[in-house]
Design a protein around this ligand. Structure first.
Ligand code: NAD
Length: 374
């Protein structure tokens, strides 16, 4: 085998019956992904493909220079740059950007950045119907989903629409190298969460299960190497590839208890998104382990670990990520309130969601305990 072939991204070979259900429905989404090192140089070509003549580039203030640099590749198709994307996108931001879209005759959007910038692109796309070409620079995976989340008065609500999936995604591995190692670790481990829940989703199917296991394996392999060597090209490629697959899982099947808990906690206490997911995941998986044994095997195999929740907890320790919700600012008196909110309108879950056990789960996550059965 040549070096190039042995270094290639290898999917596991799993038969349909092992990777999900024998009877299932699979719905594919319509998008084009351009993956690899240096692929953002193809922005002009990709916008031409979509017939975009006047593109608006979107970035955060911190990534404005990157926006100018990549936007230059659009040539005459670059109509402007809006560098107002921010975490938790307050509604004024898309409204400001909408004024620019309308007054400058914009016919295409190019969000360049993390989940917050991609979210701004989705919010604008929802209001205008314009085609986005997303250029993600973190592992959030938002660019692969038909979902937009918005927080109003401390309650996060999500909307689904196929129109929210970008027409084209340019996954340029080189753009992720500048993502600081600790943010890479949190963002990458957060990306694993939807793949984990995809394996016990009510509408799980062999294709999403394959993507989930392969996505978890790629990220679990890459993240510790990124901490040790942030510029390692193979590790960066594996992490972005894993994030892509895990993002597809988030968009393709229903999410369960873990995502409900993180939506409640993030919305109620304004907690950092990625760290909240990292801390809650081993506890949510422990809660569901006995009710979803078939999902635990591929998770453990992908990490690899002998026990799925323990393996997720240990991976977070190896990456030196925060251990408890207390460490990221959740007040102790919020535990009971969060449990109350989490059992209201629960998402479909392999194990019934009960107020008392959910409160125990949140309390354990708040303290930063190792995962134990609740
Ligand atoms: P982010 O987009 O908020 O970015 C965080 C910071 O990192 C910003 O300052 C940004 O400029 C900077 N940054 C981004 N890429 C960088 C790089 N390569 N080098 C250096 N700095 C860089 O963070 P995020 O974790 O990507 O996204 C989180 C948001 O995405 C949350 O609001 C979450 O709700 C959303 N999200 C949505 C979905 C969905 O399906 N709708 C999925 C996952 C996440």
């Amino acid at each position: 085998m040549s070096t190039a072939a042995s270094d290639a991204i290898r999917p596991p070979i799993v038969a349909a019956g092992d990777a999900g259900r024998d009877t299932f429905a699979y719905c594919s989404q319509q998008y084009r992904v351009v993956f690899g090192a240096g692929t953002s140089a193809r922005l002009g070509e990709e916008s031409e493909r979509l017939g975009v003549k006047r593109a608006l580039v979107l970035t955060t203030p911190e990534q404005q220079d990157l926006g100018h640099q990549l936007g230059a590749g659009l040539g005459d198709r670059l109509a402007g740059l809006f560098a107002g994307a921010r975490m938790h996108t307050p509604v004024e931001i898309p409204n400001q950007a909408l004024n620019i879209v309308e007054s400058h005759d914009i016919d295409g959007l190019v969000p360049i950045g993390g989940g917050s910038t991609v979210r701004l692109g989705k919010a604008l796309s929802l209001r205008t119907g314009l085609p986005p070409i997303a250029v993600p620079t973190t592992y959030a995976g938002s660019e692969m989903t038909p979902i937009i989340g918005e927080t109003t008065n401390g309650i996060k609500t999500t909307q689904h629409s196929q129109d929210l999936v970008p027409d084209t995604v340019i996954h340029d591995v080189d753009l992720t190298v500048s993502l600081p190692p600790q943010i890479s670790a949190a963002s990458g481990l957060n990306a694993i969460a939807p793949a984990v829940e995809a394996l016990y989703a009510p509408d799980a199917n062999p294709l999403t299960s394959l993507m989930a296991e392969n996505g978890i394996a790629a990220l679990a392999r890459a993240l510790p190497r990124i901490i040790g060597a942030p510029a390692n090209a193979t590790a960066r490629r594996d992490a972005l590839y894993g994030a892509w697959l895990c993002g597809v899982c988030l968009g393709a099947v229903g999410m369960s208890l873990h995502h409900k808990l993180c939506h409640v906690l993030g919305g109620m206490f304004d907690l950092p998104h990625a760290e909240t997911h990292v801390i809650v995941l081993p506890h949510a998986v422990t809660y569901n382990a006995a009710a979803a044994p078939d999902a635990m095997t591929p998770i453990a195999r992908a990490l690899p670990a002998t026990n799925a929740p323990q393996g997720l907890f240990e991976l977070a320790r190896r990456l030196a990520l925060p251990r408890g919700l207390a460490d990221i600012g959740m007040p102790e008196d919020g535990i009971a309130r969060a449990a109350e909110m989490a059992v209201r309108c629960p998402y479909a879950n392999p194990r019934p969601v009960e107020r008392g056990t959910i409160q125990d789960l949140i309390a354990a996550a708040w303290r930063g305990d190792a995962p134990t059965q609740h």
